[in-house]
Design a binder for this molecule. Structure first.
Ligand SMILES: Cc1cc2nc3c(=O)[nH]c(=O)nc-3n(C[C@H](O)[C@H](O)[C@H](O)COP(=O)(O)OP(=O)(O)OC[C@H]3O[C@@H](n4cnc5c(N)ncnc54)[C@H](O)[C@@H]3O)c2cc1C
Ligand SMILES: NC(=O)c1ccc[n+]([C@@H]2O[C@H](COP(=O)([O-])OP(=O)(O)OC[C@H]3O[C@@H](n4cnc5c(N)ncnc54)[C@H](OP(=O)(O)O)[C@@H]3O)[C@@H](O)[C@H]2O)c1
Length: 448
């Protein structure tokens, strides 16, 4: 029997567990997560109005319900939890699938003014992450600037522009629904520092902005035309070409009156967040120009200010170091060779990585499947050596003896029942519990 700990129950952790039990009948997997709830960013990142993608949780559920897989929630590994070295003593192998939990910074003046947040903070709030803080995001805001043109920027822009009738059927926590329902944000500016052919959003997500019932999308033809690929996008890769075509259609469409307006802006590099009455009041951008076809831009020395009482910086995620594991600070990842953790350039036996902490914070849910498979292939190649190390029969007993109180699958199912009951009491469907206390008391009330 080979006992493997997978740390993190997001897509990469679940796909790692799946590959392990599929490829080797002698493997037993414990999937540990610091949260009492499984599924990582599928639960706490994928936008609540994307119900089809959210339903991937059902696929991940079947993995965690496999007879040789055990979910152990509420167990933090590293600082303040079970030390990395101790975990390695309890299992023949450990696979770290801890994702990329924090945001990248812009490094410009005013970035930390009240009213300026990372998209990560905003997403965590509307997704009911128990560590999220209700910072009154949309309160007192009429105009919002979203910096960045990736899919997360599209998500937060859409959440700001959606109306109550569209948000109410989601599993969004009630305080976030109430706040977004009362929101008076009428203008959302989503701003890219480069051109439309360099935008990172995907066409399906972009198009969705144009279909929002209560919002109108505006793009400026003169800004699009600065992009050398705009007039003849045929040489672009298909994904970028489709984006440019959608934007061109919008630039040519006539505008109608609408409660909310989404302004898609390009070739504007953020240089400063400007204060007004002690909080953010505007973002100052420098206009940029393309320098050839390679996507490089240069500043023009011309500036534009866009009014904003709310700024969401959506410029990518970043991995955080896990105490006891090596960390490449330049890339925000754990150094590895085909998934085997490298300590000072040398393979560390029995330690592996998969997902965003291995590759960096890019790629959709499905990208984590081949990534996990590569890691599992490495692990199983090492299995003959690893299995010779003597291990305690059941690591769960040792974890408990050392003070951990894992939330097992039945505890998670109690949380699910409590969320269904909360939804019914509010006249909605399932509504997520938004804080540690309510999650933990639901998890412990097995008879609920
Ligand atoms: C806002 C947002 C929206 C997205 N929407 C989509 C979408 O609609 N469609 C799509 O295909 N992709 C989407 N993605 C991308 C997708 O979510 C990622 O590809 C995927 O979640 C990465 O998987 P992961 O397992 O590496 O990390 P995660 O999903 O982040 O999982 C990491 C897990 O590790 C746990 N963990 C972290 N540290 C510890 C620790 N010390 N001890 C124990 N456990 C720990 C965390 O609690 C978490 O559960 C989105 C990403 C973001 C940021
Ligand atoms: N529906 C979905 O499928 C979905 C939803 C959400 C997320 N995801 C995936 O999750 C991953 C992460 O998405 P993401 O949106 O966080 O990251 P991303 O795709 O890497 O986009 C980051 C954006 O921030 C910009 N940026 C970076 N630094 C900047 C700076 N200093 N100033 C101004 N702009 C800056 C980038 O512009 P440059 O290109 O100029 O650097 C880019 O537009 C992606 O792979 C995404 O596809 C998928």
């Amino acid at each position: 029997m080979l006992r493997v700990a997978v740390v993190g129950s997001g897509p990469s952790g679940c796909y790692t567990a799946q590959s392990l039990v599929q490829l080797d009948p002698a493997v037993y997997v414990d999937v540990l997560d610091r949260l009492p709830c499984p599924y990582g960013l599928v639960r706490y990142g994928v936008a609540p109005d994307h119900e089809k993608i959210k339903s991937l949780q059902n696929n991940l559920r079947t993995i965690l319900e496999h007879e040789r897989v055990r979910f152990l929630g509420g167990v933090r590994i590293g600082a303040g939890g079970v030390p990395v070295a101790r975990l390695r003593e309890l299992y023949h192998a450990v696979v770290y699938c801890v994702g990329a939990a924090t945001d990248r910074h812009l490094g410009i003046p005013g970035e930390d003014l009240p009213g300026s947040f990372s998209a990560t903070q905003f997403v965590s709030w509307y997704s009911a992450h128990p560590d999220a803080v209700d910072d009154g995001f949309v309160r007192a805001a009429r105009s919002a600037v979203v910096i960045g043109v990736g899919n997360v920027a599209v998500d937060v822009t859409r959440m700001l522009a959606r109306g109550a009738a569209e948000l109410s059927p989601t599993d969004m926590p009630q305080p976030a629904l109430d706040a977004l329902t009362a929101s008076r944000v009428a203008d959302v500016h989503m701003v890219g520092r480069r051109g439309p052919s360099q935008a990172r959003f995907t066409t399906k997500e972009l198009r969705e902005l144009g279909g929002l019932p209560e919002a109108q999308v505006g793009v400026r033809p003169e800004e699009l035309a600065l992009d050398p690929a705009y007039l003849d996008p045929t040489a672009l890769p298909a994904a970028q070409r489709r984006n440019v075509e959608v934007l061109r259609d919008w630039a040519q469409a006539s505008q109608t009156a609408s409660a909310r307006r989404i302004h898609l802006r390009f070739f504007l590099r953020p240089v400063e967040l400007l204060a007004e009455a002690g909080r953010v009041g505007a973002v100052r951008f420098e206009r940029t120009l393309p320098d050839g076809l390679g996507g490089v831009i240069t500043g023009t020395g011309q500036y534009e200010e866009i009014e904003a009482q709310l700024v969401l910086r959506s410029v990518g995620y970043r991995g955080v170091p896990l105490e006891g594991l090596p960390f490449d600070a330049d890339h925000g990842t754990v150094p590895h060779l085909a998934g085997r953790v490298l300590r000072e350039g040398v393979v560390a036996p029995g330690e592996y990585v998969a997902g965003w902490i291995k590759r960096g914070p890019t790629g959709v849910i499905g990208t984590n499947r081949p990534c996990a498979k590569e890691t599992v292939t490495s692990l199983l190649e090492d299995a003959d050596l690893l299995v010779r190390e003597e291990r305690q029969a059941d690591p769960l007993e040792a974890l408990r003896a050392e003070g951990a109180e894992p939330v097992e699958w039945s505890g998670w199912q109690s949380i699910e029942r409590a969320e269904a009951a909360l939804g019914a009491s509010l006249g909605r469907t399932v509504v997520k519990l938004p804080d540690w206390q309510s999650l933990m008391s639901a998890a412990r009330s097995q008879g609920f």
